[in-house]
Design a protein around this ligand. Structure first.
Ligand code: VGL
Ligand code: ZN
Length: 198
């Protein structure tokens, strides 16, 4: 029963000084590094948007960051421009170990966002992560990273739905917390059978 550590979006734009800074985002790099050797596989996800991505408020006339709009696949929060492919903001935080086994990039299709490491926000377009984990015999996942209430939560919920045993190490996560999104995400994860460690 192999187990993997999934390190979600520990990138400069989600850390203090970045375009979509998550408070304390940089604090989790060292504890995550220390966890890495305890797992059979370490997988990093990387938010990786083309310029002009449809999740950016700047792509929608008259819209401001943190407003929600309707997209063909459902409601979508609009964000400041962030994690644009090839920019320093999209790079992993310099303190993070990046010698893991696999890097999954997501959010690279202009018309659709991807919070989860498994599926884009339409819930059906796969990233390939499920197949990678299954072909390596990995059944147990521990999730850490940014942001607790968006990409970590969406990844955890998809993993639970796919039948993986999922833990979220909350001490190595930090949240955006937009209009109660952290509490909502924690409740949804708990209801889905996700375990918490802190
Ligand atoms: C994320 C908002 C937009 C995340 C990514 O990593 O939680 N949040 N893109
Ligand atoms: Zn994004």
């Amino acid at each position: 029963m192999a187990q993997a550590l999934i390190v979600v979006d520990v990138q400069n734009d989600f850390c203090p000084g970045g375009a979509l800074a998550v408070p304390g985002g940089d604090e989790i790099a060292a504890p995550i590094n220390a966890m890495m050797d305890d797992y059979d596989a370490v997988i990093l996800t990387q938010d990786w948007h083309p310029a002009g991505h449809s999740s950016f408020a700047s792509s929608h006339a008259g819209k401001a960051p943190f407003e929600t709009i309707g997209m063909p696949y459902g409601p979508q929060v609009l964000w400041p421009d962030h994690c644009v492919q090839g920019t320093n903001g999209a790079a992993f935080h310099p303190d993070l170990r990046t010698d893991g086994d696999l890097i999954i990039r997501k959010g690279f299709r202009a018309a659709i966002d991807s919070y989860s490491g498994f599926f884009e926000n339409d819930q059906i377009t796969p990233t390939g992560l499920e197949g990678y984990l299954r072909s390596r015999g990995i059944t147990r996942l521990t999730l850490v990273g940014l942001a607790t209430d968006f990409c970590v939560a969406f990844t955890a919920l998809d993993a639970a739905r796919l039948g993986f045993e999922v833990k979220v190490e909350l001490s190595a996560c930090r949240a955006i917390d937009l209009n109660g999104s952290l509490q909502a995400a924690l409740s949804q994860m708990e209801a889905a059978g996700v375990a918490f460690r802190s």
